[in-house]
Design a protein around this ligand. Sequence first.
Ligand SMILES: NCc1[nH]cc(CCC(=O)O)c1CC(=O)O
Length: 308
Amino acid sequence: MRPLVVGTRKSLLALTQTNWVVQRLKAVFPELKVSQEKIVTKGDRILNVTLSKVGGKGLFVKEIEQALLDKRIDFAVHSMKDMPAEMPPGLIIGAVPLREDPRDCLISREGHTLAELPAGAIVGTSSLRRQAQILAERPDLQVKPVRGNLDTRLQKLKAGEFDAIILAAAGLMRMNWKDEVTEALSVNTMLPAVGQGALAIQCREDDQELLQLLVKIHHEETARTVRAERAFLKSFQGGCHLPLAAFAKQVDEQINLTGLVADPNGKKVIKGSITGQNEWELGQQLAEQLIEQGAKQLLAQIQKELVG
Ligand SMILES: NCc1[nH]cc(CCC(=O)O)c1CC(=O)O
């Protein structure tokens, strides 16, 4: 095998995820040589701006995809949830490793769970998906935006800017920060983002040599569940940063997919579930089910408010 170059963002989480994948490859192929190329993405350069105002998804992957197409790098490790529904021609997700904990976690300064937070407490999140579900459960709380990398957000919490923040369990686990977690929120209370907790290893679709290595760290059950979630996302042309959530699990050979579209203030939540075999059909059918309940109009209205 030729020496490989892996492209990565330079955030602590991106580096940790990339190293995890490289270690797993090296465990299977001890002779493998992999060097690292750090890439600064638009999302990294504008960390102080609310993502929903600048177009959301895709911000963290564009420059990396260009480096793949230019052959400056051979593969890249992304958080699946940062991947837009569509991918540029010539690139594919070559492997999806075993998913980490898909849940969201509450981290509160004084150790209060979501149910225990006092009325009026300030919860930091810039995700409309998290905001909507928190306010649906606890309309008496306040939500304030928070940006920055995981480490920055934890610092802001400790500095007293918020009473609690919400972060993906997966990031905290991978960083070895699970002791920070006050409460892992059930997927019933807080339906995760599409692909949350999973990684996407992206490469050129004609790189057979590399694809043969990547199958060794592929986890098909994770890939199936994520396909169902991404099919749901794609049905809403969901490139954007909207209050949309989906989570799938495999039960026996069946996939059970739950999806949600909500109003950012949590007053309206459209939610449904579906079970079946074919991931793409499930995602589309569930989307149709929610569209019949008004999901399209709700998203269109939110999009208008974000742009306006
Ligand atoms: N939005 C940024 C982002 N992208 C992936 C993760 C965490 C890891 C994952 O979900 O796979 C995070 C941080 C967070 O949302 O708390």
